[in-house]
Design a protein around this ligand. Structure first.
Ligand code: CU
Length: 514
């Protein structure tokens, strides 16, 4: 074993021990009691869903009343996502401007909410380009705090990828410029990645879609829909609520889940349809159930699978994950699109997970189509020449104002000036990520799409159900995940949990590729 890896193993073993002991002493409910000493009235309400949804503590532990879910209209037709206009008339060039600004959006005749937006809309405008296009996007930051734009999942140079070290100051602007590599058609998105500000900037509305198309797309003939899921938490005055202590601990979940900015829309599917799905929620896990249809998974974070995969259970999409589905209605019917309750072992006294209605599907039975057997040729990664180990732990720290828990990687919080790991450019590496904590976390890395090799839980090792290009993947408590990854561009890359509150409070590390 290399000396550095040995040291990492020793320190993480110690870190893990401390965390395990601390959590075991507290217990989840005990932890809740401690957190809630100063506002016991609200905490006594126990796990009644309704009360929890309508009363919440912000980070100053002031009660904030939440808007009733009946206040927003539902059942409108799913809106299509507005395109970001290409200002270039040059073939193969995409040039545009994103204005970040505070925007008042009228949700109902009595309800106007102040969001932070890209170009005045929720979600931000859809960027659509082709492989090998040259992209030039000028970002004007009209917010009162610095920001960056991270082009989530795209394989582009690190100095164009919105690292927290490269912030655009309030009132400032910069142009991001990159060329989309060949063979990277897929379903991506963009969102802020500044220092310490990501959670607030995302929950105030900053996120948008980025689609890279191939000129040889085997599914190009199918009709296509886009479902961009986001989360919204509004106070009873209709304003964006602050994060509560529980939000900082568990990842924020609002009382509304939106699709394309719309609450519980009506969605029509009347023939085999390709659906691109994004989970842009800060902390909410979506466990999508699409009844009365054959649902094929055909693509993941980094593009198409090698071949279609028929889903036989709900599709779990953790924050930041994407999927491409082919949906073939089997019965003419009206059914709910739902997220089936998924227990991710949240901390504190939280209500049991419930199924959530996300929208209403109007299905028309249609003739099933035959999908191509081969969709994509995935890179055949050879043997790994380097190995890395990451360990996620939780440590109680009442000095931490945002939730009282530290979420650590290899025993450390994010430090912008520290290089945590180094990789040699083009090396094929095997990374083992060990979630040595009591709740689900996911893992996201910039600059590469990885392929999961194995999952290990309770001593049982399993292979992934399908081979896929991923930049974000979930880990169950105590799960060990092994991936193969290759970084093909030099520079600094972030890796982190994409429960955005965890990332913002420091569950992030820095990789230098040389
Ligand atoms: Cu996390």
């Amino acid at each position: 074993m290399k000396r550095r890896n040995f040291l990492i193993n020793i320190t993480t073993a110690i870190g893990g021990l401390v965390a395990t002991k601390a959590i075991a002493q507290m217990g989840h409910n005990n932890m809740h009691d401690t957190m809630c000493d100063t506002h016991s009235d609200e905490c006594q309400k126990g796990d009644n869903m309704h009360q929890h949804m309508n009363m919440d503590m912000n980070h100053n532990q002031m009660p904030q009343k939440l808007l009733s879910t009946s206040a927003l209209p539902q059942g409108m037709n799913l809106p299509t996502l507005a395109n970001l206009k290409n200002e270039s008339n040059q073939e193969g060039v995409f040039e545009a401007t994103l204005h970040l600004k505070s925007t008042k959006i009228t949700l109902t005749p009595d309800l106007t909410t102040e969001f932070w937006t890209y170009n005045g809309m929720i979600p931000g405008p859809k960027i659509e380009v082709f492989e090998e296009d040259h992209v030039k996007i000028t970002v004007k930051n009209e917010l009162t705090q610095p920001t960056t734009v991270h082009w989530h999942g795209l394989l582009i140079p690190s100095d164009q990828d919105g690292n927290p070290q490269n912030e655009i100051p309030a009132g400032g602007s910069r142009t991001y410029e990159f060329t989309i590599p060949k063979g990277t058609a897929g379903t991506y998105w963009y969102h802020p990645h500044g220092h310490n500000t990501v959670a607030e900037q995302v929950y105030r509305g900053l996120a948008g879609t980025f689609i890279v198309r191939s000129k040889h797309d085997p599914l190009a003939s199918l009709p296509e829909q886009h479902w961009f899921f986001s989360d919204l938490k509004l106070t009873d005055k209709g304003q964006i609520a602050d994060n509560s202590m529980l939000d900082w601990m568990n990842g924020r979940e609002g009382q509304f889940v939106l699709i394309n900015g719309c609450y519980r829309p009506k969605i029509k599917i009347d023939s085999a349809t390709r659906i691109r799905v994004w989970n842009s929620c800060s902390g909410r896990y979506l466990n999508l159930s699409i009844p009365n249809c054959d649902v094929y998974l055909v693509g993941t974070d980094g593009g198409l699978l090698a071949k279609p995969y028929l889903l036989t259970k709900p599709l779990l999409l953790t924050p930041a994950e994407r999927a491409e589905l082919i949906i073939m209605p089997k019965q003419t019917s009206t059914v709910y699109l739902q997220s089936i309750g998924y227990d991710r072992n949240k901390m504190g006294n939280v209500p049991p997970e419930q199924d959530i209605i996300l929208g209403e599907l109007t299905l028309t039975k249609s003739e099933p189509i035959t999908l191509p057997n081969t969709l994509n040729h995935l890179p055949n990664m050879g043997p790994a020449v380097a190995h890395k180990l990451l360990e996620y732990t939780e440590v109680m720290d009442m000095k931490e104002p945002r939730g009282g828990v530290l979420f650590l990687i290899n025993g450390k919080r994010h430090d912008m000036s520290r290089i945590d790991l180094k990789s040699k450019i083009h090396d094929i590496e095997e990374w083992t990520i060990f979630n040595n904590s009591h709740m689900d976390h996911n893992f996201h890395i910039h600059g590469a799409q990885f392929i999961v090799q194995s999952h290990e839980l309770n001593g049982k090792k399993t292979q992934p159900e399908y081979i896929a290009l991923k930049d974000t993947i979930n880990l169950r408590p105590h799960e060990k995940l092994t991936i193969k990854i290759q970084q093909n561009l030099p520079g600094l890359r972030m890796y982190h949990c994409h429960i955005i509150e965890h990332e913002t409070t420091g569950m992030m590390g820095q990789l230098m590729v040389e």
